[in-house]
Design a protein around this ligand. Structure first.
Ligand code: HEM
Length: 398
């Protein structure tokens, strides 16, 4: 059993092609799927690039998600100080704390609530498309469509009043910008937390039919816990969905044959959306866990305290799991990918995300059947160094 792989690897995340994982990381998956990885803080941890090994990490309780134990190899989506997660911030805690919050939040993302949200999400998408159509071509679909949808939908679900969603969006966007440093990020989170705390007060006084009201009414959460949960949901539900909408539209325009299949088979939209989620794998931070004890992982000894980073985009292209993995094939069964994580922390917002994407793609291509890129296919500017892979703008015409 090897306990050391020579030569620590510093993570190159740049994508040479807009939709494919970094070529060096892909090579690692095929040659050294568990390999040494250095973090900027000097910690020597591990990188896992293969799907089956990643799943082992994410389902093994000897690996912890506790924030104070993790060493980040690249900027996380939400930069935080290396201290225990605040009450309610479930993504960075282990059971039993995690279990309580997870159950309460999952109950608010029920099928009933989500199906009630679909007509409203469609209405919101149609409103944005009205504006785009009125302004006439060309349009930047990142600015005019992808960016506004996510905060509108999560705002609707949580019960953020319409007039306040833009301000929330400014905060979440600033937080996830690569140039935002730790101190500024902590300030932004504090501002959002203050906003959500006040909103909880208003929900207690005037209950609505929304998730925040539901969580407050459970009687099992303090205002501080509610403020943290609301903040976490606002932030995590934003950037991932924005870039999945933008990059997904780009990928469909880039592959006209696949776009034809998408528009010809509305009944298969769920399957198509799942394949886009697998293929694009927008989360570019990896999924981090820290070993609570020595663990043997596929023949490699991970020592207690070491951080393991599971890389999503390479795992999703694992040829042992998906046939012809580098090809976008909307008709395939793409389930089993790691885009939403795996195990107990698997994305609690995944059904909301699927709904949002289905609505966003369908409304757009229904409205503009002749939609096409307004620049050459390889001239769409990619975002560099961001926690969520995506594009800066998407110039289109029709
Ligand atoms: C396409 C869009 C999305 C992607 C790709 C995505 C991705 C992920 C991933 C990879 C994880 C696992 C993190 C880990 O195991 O450490 C996760 C967890 C989570 N996501 Fe998402 N997400 C998306 C949309 C959303 C939305 C819309 C929401 C909320 C409204 C959301 C809320 C959360 C929360 C709260 C967790 C933590 C769950 C837990 O720890 O139990 N996500 N997401």
């Amino acid at each position: 059993m090897a306990d050391e792989t020579p030569g620590a690897y510093t993570l190159p995340t740049e994508r040479e092609h807009p939709f494919d994982p970094n070529a060096g990381l892909t090579r690692l998956r095929d040659t050294a799927p568990v390999t040494r990885l250095a973090s900027p803080d000097g910690h020597l941890g591990w990188l896992v690039t293969k799907l089956s090994t990643g799943r082992k990490v994410l389902t093994d309780p000897r690996f912890s998600a506790r924030q104070e134990l993790l060493h980040f190899p690249v900027r996380p989506l939400i930069p935080q100080r290396p201290e225990p997660a605040r009450p309610g911030w479930l993504s960075r805690m282990d059971p039993p704390e995690h279990t309580k919050y997870r159950e309460l939040i999952a109950a608010e993302f029920s099928t009933r609530r989500l199906s009630g949200l679909e007509p409203r999400a469609t209405e919101l998408a149609e409103c944005l498309l009205d504006e785009i159509e009125l302004a006439g071509p060309p349009a930047d679909l990142v600015e005019a469509y992808a960016l506004p949808i996510a905060p509108l939908v999560i705002g609707e679900l949580l019960g953020v009043p319409e007039g306040e969603r833009e301000e929330v969006q400014c905060h979440t966007q600033a937080l996830t910008r690569p140039a935002t440093g730790l101190d500024e990020a902590v300030e932004i989170i504090e501002a959002l937390r203050g906003y959500v705390r006040a909103l909880v007060g208003r929900k207690r006084a005037t209950p609505g039919d929304d998730a925040l009201t539901g969580l407050a009414a459970s009687g099992r959460l303090t205002d501080e816990e509610l403020a943290n949960i609301g903040t976490l949901l606002l932030v995590t539900g934003h950037e991932t969905a924005v870039q999945m909408i933008a990059l997904g539209v780009y990928a469909l325009l880039y592959h006209p044959g696949q776009l034809d299949k998408f528009t010809a088979n509305p009944a298969s939209a769920d399957r198509a959306v799942e394949e886009l989620i697998r293929y694009l794998a927008v989360v570019e931070t990896g999924i981090l866990r820290a070993a609570l004890e020595d663990v043997e992982l596929d023949g490699t000894l991970i020592k207690r305290g070491e951080t393991v980073t599971v890389w999503i985009s390479t795992a999703n292209r694992d040829p042992e799991v998906f046939e012809d993995p580098d090809t976008l094939r909307l008709e395939r069964t793409a389930s089993g990918h790691l885009s939403f994580g795996y195990g107990i922390h698997q994305c609690v917002g995944q059904q909301l995300a699927r709904l949002e994407l289905r609505v966003a793609y369908a409304c757009l291509f229904n409205r503009f059947p002749g939609l096409r890129l307004a620049v050459a296919a390889d001239e769409v500017p990619l975002r560099a160094g961001a926690a969520v892979h995506g594009i800066e703008s998407l110039p289109v015409t029709w």
